[in-house]
Design a protein around this ligand. Sequence first.
Ligand SMILES: [Zn+2]
Ligand SMILES: [Zn+2]
Length: 159
Amino acid sequence: MNDRIDETVRFGSCYCRAVTFRVTGQPLRVGICHCADCRKTSGSAFSAYAVWPISVFEQTGQTSTYGNRSFCVTCGSRVTWVHDDEAEVMIGSLDVVPTDLTPEYELWVGRRENWLHALPEARQFDHDRETERGLSEPGAPGRTVETDVPRPGELLPPV
Ligand SMILES: [Zn+2]
Ligand SMILES: [Zn+2]
C-alpha cells in the first residue's frame, strides 16, 4: 500500500486568541447538535463541531472545563474539548471562514428551531447517536455520547 497521507492542517482559536490549536488531516466525523446542552453552552440555536483523533491535535493556551464543555478562561469562547482519544472542535473556532466541513449528521432534531431545516444528506437522530453507553438525557453528568465512536448497525430513526 502506498496511500497518500492527508496532511491538511486547519488552525483555530478562541475569540481573544489566547487559545490556539491546529488539527492535521480530515476529521473523523462532523456533526450538528440541537440539544439543550449545546444551546445553553453556545448561546446559539445549535452547535456544529468536528472530531479529530487526539494524536493530530495540538493546542496552546489555557482552557477550563465545566460539565463536558471546555472554554477559554479569558474570553469564555467554546473552542475544543479533549477527552479520551479524541478532540472535539467547534467549527466556529476554526480560523478560515467558511470551512470546507459539512455535517454528516444532526442530533436532537426535535429541538431544531422551526426556521431551520434538515440538512440534505445528513443523518437525522431524534436524540444522541446510539453508543455502547446507551442513550442519556441532556444535562446528565459526564454525558459524552455526542462524540462517541459510532457502532456498526446504528439505528436510524424515521425522519
Ligand atoms: Zn479566549
Ligand atoms: Zn448537544
